[in-house]
Design a protein around this ligand. Structure first.
Ligand SMILES: C[S@@+](CC[C@H](N)C(=O)[O-])C[C@H]1O[C@@H](n2cnc3c(N)ncnc32)[C@H](O)[C@@H]1O
Length: 331
């Protein structure tokens, strides 16, 4: 069989990141860093797409030659197949803004002095319009909003409406759901928006410890409303749980969280692990986390729910099982 080892983000990914960087990908690769950069100091200028794809091709070529760059070594996101040679983006992550109305204990953004000092706000909507006009983006690819909190950003409703108007098929919104969004509801009704909300706890008390704001009631209110508008049988509204070891890593919390999700018609959930914790503890005993991951999968199964494993907990699974496999979660 022909083919070679590469990665979908290196091939066709683009990330508008904090600190005015544009990256190939946003996957933390615990031992080697990951997240290669395309442009530094981007402030919303018109992009020269020939130059952009020239830079993309330089790194893509390394994979074609079998020489993965050092910072991507051992990354769990690569796979062996017949990668195409075309220039396009089928994964766009929009995460250039830092401000948030939550204060999640695991999230560096609001506390990271470098991020705060070096992230200047710029207008993203003109770039999106330019990408659409120049056919840079695949309409069946993924548009992914994160942040900061995207819904409090003043261009959010118009950016999301632009993607909906142009028939993009898979727009993922990472939101804390503290603020309700009309554009999200419009996109859910059309079946093109997917919402992912990190709740990170079963009880109000633990939720407050993780989020460090009083958001439990408003989050569940908006999440329940979003779940009502998702297409039938859908995995359009998902609740997430980021395990923060020592704070919310108990079967009891996971069980309450799963049952509450089920009660508001959310049957697709996501488990992850604080990536900062894993960066510091990748060589420690990962078995307790592995067991909690297994418990979550089993309990989800009993409740007839579907549980996906995201990046860092998936990494734990790979480390403990001594396997390397492509993670198809989230797509
Ligand atoms: C920076 S965030 C914020 C976006 C949005 N405000 C939200 O609450 O989803 C983007 C995604 O990264 C996740 N995230 C942030 N810090 C993390 C960490 N240390 N480990 C794992 N996931 C993290 C969040 O849960 C969220 O789903």
């Amino acid at each position: 069989m022909e083919g070679f080892e590469s990665c979908s983000y290196i091939e066709h990914g683009m990330v508008l990141d904090h600190c005015n960087r544009i990256r190939f990908c946003n996957n933390f690769n615990p031992r080697y860093g990951g997240r290669p950069v395309i442009y530094e100091n981007y402030h919303g200028e018109k992009i020269d797409w020939n130059d952009f794809f020239r830079i993309k091709r330089e790194l893509r070529q390394k994979y074609r030659e079998g020489s993965c760059p050092e910072l991507c070594r051992e990354c769990v996101n690569t796979s062996f197949k017949n990668w195409d040679e075309e220039d396009y983006i089928d994964y766009l992550l929009l995460t250039p803004w830092v401000p948030c109305n939550s204060n999640c204990i695991y999230c560096d953004a609001p506390r990271d002095k470098e991020v705060l000092a070096h992230t200047k706000v710029y207008k993203v909507l003109p770039l999106i319009k330019d990408m659409i006009k120049n056919n840079i983006l695949k309409k069946d690819g993924i548009i992914d909003f994160a942040g900061g909190e995207p819904t409090i950003y003043n261009e959010f409703e118009s950016m999301l409406s632009e993607f909906i108007k142009h028939d993009f098929q898979k727009i993922i919104i990472h939101t804390n759901a503290i603020k309700r969004s009309g554009a999200i509801i419009k996109g859910l009704k059309k079946g093109v928006v997917r919402v992912l909300v990190s709740i990170d706890a079963g009880t109000k008390e633990i939720h407050k410890k993780v989020k460090q704001v009083n958001s439990y009631d408003s989050v569940w209110k908006h999440l329940s409303e979003y779940a009502k508008y998702q297409p039938k049988g859908g995995d359009y509204v998902k609740a997430k749980y980021i395990i923060v070891p020592g704070l919310n890593d108990t079967e009891e919390q996971i069980n309450i969280w799963l049952e509450k999700c089920k009660s508001v018609n959310i049957s697709h959930v996501v488990l992850n692990l604080d990536f900062n914790w894993l960066m510091k503890n990748v060589d420690s005993d990962l078995m307790p986390l592995y067991k909690l991951m297994k418990y979550t999968l089993n309990r989800s199964y009993e409740l007839e729910m579907n549980c996906e494993l995201y990046g860092q907990i998936f990494q734990v699974k790979c480390e403990v099982e001594k396997t390397r496999e492509e993670n198809i979660a989230g797509f």
